[in-house]
Design a protein around this ligand. Structure first.
Ligand code: CMC
Length: 458
């Protein structure tokens, strides 16, 4: 760790001490024991309280505000680890040795070159697409295996493939027969096992997200720099500028913080798709789709828009009064599991403060955020256990790093892909298709009426 980034480590250690003073040190026995199926649980709407599976990957203690990855406290990982190490940990269960980490990093770099995928992606109107739909499309395009240009020895079988390059992308006539349709039906798993595909996806999502950011700025995508780490490369490929050690460290911490979070909606969506023995690329695509919603990862973008709309700390009390009296939700607050302060918000809050203090254009947003936090916590903290969540301060941090709001949720996906893939791999070891039931509250025994005898029809 460089001298310049020591101050960041100290800030996280400080946030961690504060969190430990405010919380006790006991896990919840009912959520940390091996399961004996069937399980009895009190289930609320939205599957609240339901237990979907056992997992060794991560644990969220909502009443105390803990987040644990594979036994390690999130504060320690933020203070001392890197996103590459954390991704390895989530996928493999243990911290890597030096050579394991080196090998993992090399794979991330080499899988980060996605020229074919980007070329396919850029045949769509990425510049006018919603950024989350663009990264979802890019992820699905990574799924293909061999295209003619991917073949090491040139293009000997050009005629056997549906050509996906340049002029011939749109097909005016349907492919005739299986030979021509082979490109559609060959799956990456023919070439790449799921373990390898996880690393491909973790590397690829960063490249795709950065390319989408560049295209939205009206610029061409940039290839990764093999000498940079994952967080630095993400920033470099988005902005075209190599980040400072402080910027790199802060992005690394943001990626660590978002990497896994229990059975959240996007993880569950990804796992449901994987449980059908569908493809891991499709599963991650479903995770991205679920993450997009404003009740989940989409909240981070909404927070910054809300802070801009409020316009300054002096307007906060009136804005909160109006929002709560009209039963509106304040984006970046509340959580299904956390009924205490979200530990991720504790870390991001100190990072946002640190960055905003020297950033004149973002400082007013941070001041508004602090005032909003105080107001919402004073009104809803004790009454409804509502505190800031991970999305409340992340947008301010990203804004200070020069990232546009439309890229905040894609960056969440760049990180969460580690958790999605780790949990998919773990679940597939003992797979059973997810298939709950709904209580039918409709009618029975209705008489079918032919169309022409229905009221109002001839
Ligand atoms: N602002 C105002 N009131 C809230 C908020 C909020 N942000 N969140 C919850 N409440 C109230 C809600 O109105 C309800 O009150 P009442 O019982 O009087 O009807 C009560 O708290 C319970 O809320 P809920 O919507 O039933 O809780 P939930 O567990 O279904 O939803 C949530 C959790 C995160 C979707 C919700 O808190 C919310 O919509 N928050 C705002 C969006 C947000 O910040 N999402 C990011 C979540 S963290 C990152 C991630 O997972 O992606």
């Amino acid at each position: 760790m460089s001298e310049e980034t020591k101050i960041i480590t100290e800030m996280i250690v400080g946030a961690s001490q504060k969190a430990r003073e405010e919380t006790s040190n006991e896990p919840e026995p009912e959520l940390t024991q091996p399961l004996q199926w069937p399980v009895k649980a009190m289930i609320g709407p939205g599957l609240e309280g339901a237990i979907a599976c056992e997992s060794k990957i991560g644990y969220v203690n909502g009443s105390k505000g803990w987040l644990i990855y594979r036994g390690y406290d999130i504060f320690d990982l933020c203070a001392y680890s890197t996103f590459e190490e954390v991704s390895y940990l989530l996928l493999n269960g243990d911290l890597p040795t030096a050579s394991e980490l080196d090998n993992f990093k090399q794979k991330l770099v080499s899988y980060g070159f996605l020229n074919q995928t980007l070329r396919l992606l850029m045949s769509s109107p990425v510049e006018s697409m919603n950024t989350m739909s663009a990264i979802r499309l890019g992820t699905l395009l990574m799924r293909r295996t061999i295209t003619p240009l991917d073949l090491e020895d040139g293009n000997p079988f050009r005629a056997d493939f549906i050509n996906c390059d340049e002029d011939s992308i749109p097909m005016e006539t349907a492919p005739k027969g299986e030979v021509h349709a082979i490109y559609e039906f060959k799956r990456p798993s023919d070439d790449m096992d799921n373990n390898e595909a996880c690393i491909h996806l973790i590397a690829g999502l960063a490249t795709i997200t950065a390319a989408v950011a560049r295209i939205h700025q009206g610029r061409m995508p940039i290839e990764p720099d093999p000498d940079l780490g994952h967080a630095a490369n993400l920033l470099y490929m988005m902005t075209g500028r190599k980040p400072t050690p402080v910027e790199e460290r802060i992005m690394d911490i943001a990626l660590i913080l978002h990497a896994d979070h229990g059975m959240n909606a996007s993880t569950f969506a990804a796992m449901v798709v994987a449980s059908t023995l569908s493809d891991i690329y499709f599963s991650v695509g479903s995770g991205i789709a679920a993450l997009n919603g404003p009740l989940h990862g989409g909240a981070n973008e909404q927070v910054v828009r809300t802070l801009m709309e409020i316009g300054g700390p002096e307007n906060v009390p009136a804005w909160v009064k109006e929002t709560l009296s009209s039963k509106g939700k304040v984006m970046g607050f509340g959580h299904r599991v956390y009924k205490a302060y979200d530990p991720r918000a504790r870390v991001l809050s100190v990072l946002a403060k640190f960055l905003a203090e020297t950033n004149e254009s973002i400082k007013p947003l941070f001041d508004t955020a602090q005032s909003l936090e105080k107001e919402v916590v004073s009104q809803l903290g004790t009454k409804k256990n509502i505190f800031p969540n991970v999305d409340f301060f992340s947008g301010i941090v990203y804004s200070c790093l020069g990232i546009a709001p439309e890229m905040f949720t894609p960056i969440f996906a760049v990180s969460r892909v580690s958790g999605w893939t780790a949990r998919i791999l773990e679940y597939l070891e003992n797979n059973r298709i997810f298939r709950p039931r709904a209580m039918y509250t409709g009618e029975f025994n209705k008489q079918y009426v032919p169309f022409d005898q229905r009221e109002g029809k001839k």
